[in-house]
Design a protein around this ligand. Structure first.
Ligand code: UGA
Length: 426
């Protein structure tokens, strides 16, 4: 397909990845944002997000001339073929997605885009939003094209997607959007806009459900004397179950799963469809932080007041610097409420910063300094490689609670440390 002119509104990790990768695929792209300082930094190829390969692609495509950034809406909007909306849709007070940013952008766009311009909704929006946009704009060329980008793998997921989903009543417009991805070799699924919107929620909520399921199974394993890593391995070998999202942890978090589970529950309630499975998925996750706190309290000898607990990992998962809705911080909050004194280390969170009740220090060994309990909350691979004798000299007998099943049990035991794991009897 010949190079198309694309505007991407919003330069968060989804918008910026979309803009940079479409430029990489040969299109002419302008990325727009209301944050003037961010636009200035991006124009200098300064990418603050921790996304592998993204900074390099932004720099190369700025140089190639296929990518540029604009503050507010680009002045050349009337000339673009596609406008992608990649603005945030956070959880509103009622649990539903808050569409304020989408509405604001649409109100500004409507006068400026040409009649043949296709409006593409990348933001995660409640089912029915594209139909409402069609009605409000009075044009059919509106397409739902949800994103499936994992933080920390956004570029890889964009350039090698497992699927491209495009949904619209306007099949011609949908096909045009699908063609933008030529070169990625992904299977394309063309649906109605409602189905495309629902695929996104259905996928994220299913992943969350798998995790709540496996976290509860881990608890059951501890009671029954089974080992969750063996049980999960046995499940993974069944292709119908699938091999991923079966590793227990301190709960699922981040900017997507918590928001999308609440939003789908709200959508179901509005549609008067009972969804107890989703309710239980969310409740199980809230309980998980309490369960981890119980383990840490037990490791501390029964009470947390005045006890120094060191936290290894603060981000919501490894490979990102994102601490939004991080399960590690949910646990930290519960620990602090019981009077624990908290230090934390995370390779992607700057030293010296105070994150809630957690004082961020420079290394895992500094976290261990004087700690009675050390809790691994994010699965950064470097925690598996620690020098355990150094940990022992930093704190004489800390108990280590490994919520991610990451640590090499034999090495930790050799150093004379007590390891409390999740999903097996220690
Ligand atoms: C998620 C989806 O995986 C993406 O497909 C989707 O595009 C994205 O949301 C989005 O809606 O934009 P992300 O938020 O980056 O991606 O996070 P995940 O990789 O899904 O992890 C979510 C949580 O589950 C993390 O807290 C992680 O630590 C936890 N997790 C994941 C586990 O505890 N165990 C696992 O086996 C896998």
């Amino acid at each position: 397909m010949a190079a198309q002119r694309i505007a991407v509104i919003g330069t968060g990790y989804v918008g910026l990845t979309t803009a940079a990768c479409f430029a990489r695929l040969g299109h002419n792209v302008v990325g727009a944002d209301v944050d003037e300082a961010k636009v200035a930094a991006l124009s200098r190829a300064e990418v603050s997000l921790h996304e592998p390969a993204l900074a390099e692609i932004v720099a190369e495509e700025l140089r190639s001339g296929r990518l540029r950034f604009a503050h507010g809406l680009p002045g050349t909007l009337s000339e673009v073929d596609f406008v992608f909306l990649a603005v945030p849709t956070p959880t509103g007070n009622d649990g539903a997605a808050d569409l304020t940013a989408v509405s604001t952008v649409l109100a500004q766009l409507r006068e400026q885009i040409s009649p043949r311009c296709v409006v593409v909704v990348k933001s995660t929006v409640p089912v029915g939003t594209v139909d409402r946009i069609v009605a409000s704009l009075g044009r059919t060329t509106v397409v739902a094209n949800p994103e499936f980008l994992r933080e920390g793998h956004a570029v890889e997921d964009f350039l090698h997607p497992q699927r491209v989903v495009v949904g619209s009543a306007d099949k011609h417009a949908a096909r045009k959007v699908a063609r933008l991805y030529a070169g990625t070799d992904a299977p394309v699924l063309m649906t109605s806009s409602a189905s495309a919107e629902l695929v996104k929620y259905a996928s994220n909520c299913f992943l969350a459900m798998k995790l709540s399921y496996v976290n509860t199974l881990a608890e059951l394993c501890e009671e029954l004397g089974a080992d969750i890593s063996d049980v999960a391995e046995g499940m993974r070998l069944d292709q119908r179950v699938g091999s991923s999202f079966l590793t227990p942890g301190p709960g699922w978090g981040g900017s997507c799963l918590p928001k999308d589970t609440k939003a789908l529950l709200s959508t179901s309630a509005a549609a008067e469809v009972d969804f107890p499975l989703l309710d239980a998925t969310i409740a199980t996750n809230a309980r998980q932080a309490h369960r981890v706190t119980d383990k840490i309290r037990k490791a501390a000898g029964g009470a947390l007041s005045g006890v120094h607990v060191g936290l290894l990992g603060l981000t919501f998962k490894a490979g990102t610097d994102d601490i939004r809705d991080s399960p590690a911080l949910a646990v930290a909050e519960l620990l602090a409420a019981e009077g624990a004194l908290l230090t934390g280390y995370d390779p992607c969170v700057p030293t010296g910063r105070q994150v809630g009740a957690v004082r961020v220090v420079a290394s895992p060994y500094a976290v261990a300094e004087g700690a009675s309990v050390l809790a691994v909350l994010t699965e950064w691979p470097e925690f598996a490689e620690l020098d355990w004798s150094r940990v022992t000299s930093a704190a004489p007998h800390p108990v280590i609670v490994d919520t991610r099943g990451l640590l090499p049990a034999s090495k930790v035991a050799e150093a004379g440390l007590t390891l409390v794991s999740v999903g097996r009897r220690d």
